[in-house]
Design a protein around this ligand. Structure first.
Ligand SMILES: Cc1ncc(COP(=O)(O)O)c(C=O)c1O
Length: 400
């Protein structure tokens, strides 16, 4: 049984945190408060809510009870003081960056990152005077300069499952007085809780494992009450990427079974990774649970299992990757991940396609790389599907 630092078992928090019966109606399920605004009661009370003197709902862009239940559950699962929910992962990430950075600041990243995040940093924030520098774990301690304000990391990384050391990142950030941010979308709080390693802020694309069923977009940020006040006050209130109450309800429902789904994702991912490893036509299988994965020791320390994602690098580059993807029958060729249904995609031409080729090659996002999000179907069917598709891809690579 996975226990969080705060004591209560993870499964109990997943099912119960943030949710209880509704005191007004005694409804058992969390109601969907599908309302844009809330009656303030009196001008005096309205002023007190808006000034932050008293807690209360005022306007759904900034707070809503159904969305609040998501926030309470996310904070409980990650072991943070507070959380703020958003309309998408990118909404959450842009809110964190824009709330906490100023012109002249530098963000040090450990790559690779999801293409959207990288592009937000390199292409958009650069216009507002925020610089980004990519370093390796080994370079990190010596890379901090006078302008560095934030360390930003994903672990395991999208799309090639590199593992970064959260203890190291938190230590470097603390010693230099920086804010550390970890995107925990791939690991989920069931496997890794970055705050327990000293990371300040956790971000998620809740579109993925937290919701788990590929039917909504959402994001969430977790951290100290002080940081979350800034993220809500600036990043949510001013930017307005607010989670809709109906999507919040579906997200809550998904989060209740995170622990059950993750067990199955992890089990199936190992089966698929082991089946593909060493096969003709396969140059590499990236899966942090293999003892010879460069990040295995760190993964074994900071993850309770190795996740539901596997990336496979095929001999024959883009042509082999396309032949493999086009031959899959159970896996659907689609971006996104963390769905109960298995998905596969070609990152170099989709999720990371807009980034410079040299950057992608340097960070191991090759033309032959296929990213697999392993679902919770029967492992035997998933293994049969990837092996059949591999046989086709291998024929393409040898020109048969
Ligand atoms: C690691 C990671 N972070 C953030 C995002 C962005 O999330 P969203 O698509 O919900 O905006 C993604 C999307 O794929 C992702 O994989």
């Amino acid at each position: 049984m996975t226990r969080t630092a705060a004591g209560e078992a993870f499964a109990t928090r997943a099912v119960r945190a943030g949710q209880g019966h509704d005191e007004t109606t005694m409804a058992h399920a969390t109601p969907i408060y599908q309302t844009s605004t809330f009656v303030l009661g009196s001008t005096e009370r309205g002023a007190a809510i808006f000034s932050g003197e008293v807690a209360g709902n005022a306007y759904s862009r900034v707070g809503n009870p159904t969305v609040g239940a998501v926030e309470a559950k996310a904070a409980a699962l990650e072991g943070g003081e507070a959380a703020v929910a958003f309309a998408s992962g990118m909404g959450a990430i842009s809110a964190v960056l824009l709330s906490l950075l100023r012109a002249g600041d530098e963000v040090v990243i450990l790559g690779p990152l999801y293409g959207g995040t990288r592009s937000l940093l390199e292409d958009l924030l650069s216009r507002f005077g925020v610089a980004t520098r990519a370093v390796t774990d080994e370079e990190l301690a010596g890379a901090i300069g006078p302008r560095t304000r934030m360390l930003y990391v994903e672990t395991p990384t999208n799309p090639n499952l590199r593992v970064h050391d959260l203890d190291l990142i938190a230590r470097v950030a603390r010693e230099a007085g920086l804010v550390s941010v970890a995107d925990n979308t791939f690991a989920t709080p069931y496997l890794t809780r970055p705050i327990e390693h000293g990371i300040d802020i956790v971000v998620h694309s809740a579109t993925k494992y937290l919701s788990g069923h590929g039917d909504l977009l959402g994001g969430v940020v977790i951290g100290s009450a002080e940081h979350m006040l800034e993220v809500r006050g600036m990043g949510l209130r001013q930017l307005g990427a607010t989670l809709d109450p109906h999507a919040a309800y579906m997200l809550l429902r998904g989060m209740r079974t995170l622990h059950l789904r993750m067990e199955a994702h992890c089990r199936n991912a190992r089966a698929v990774a082991e089946a593909l490893r060493g096969r003709p036509g396969v140059l590499a299988v990236h899966y942090p649970g293999f003892a010879d994965h460069p990040g295995f020791a760190v993964a074994a320390r900071q993850m309770s299992d190795f996740g539901g994602m596997v990336s496979v690098e095929l001999e024959g580059g883009r042509q082999a990757a396309a032949a493999f993807l086009d031959s899959l029958k159970l896996f659907e060729n689609a971006v996104s991940l963390g769905d109960v249904a298995s998905l596969a995609c070609h990152p170099a031409s989709t999720t990371h396609g807009h980034l410079p080729k040299a950057m992608l090659e340097a960070e191991g996002v090759t033309e032959g790389l296929v990213r697999l999000s392993i679902g919770v179907e029967a492992a035997t069917d998933l293994v049969a599907d990837v092996l059949e598709a591999l046989a086709t891809a291998t024929r393409v690579a040898v020109g048969a």
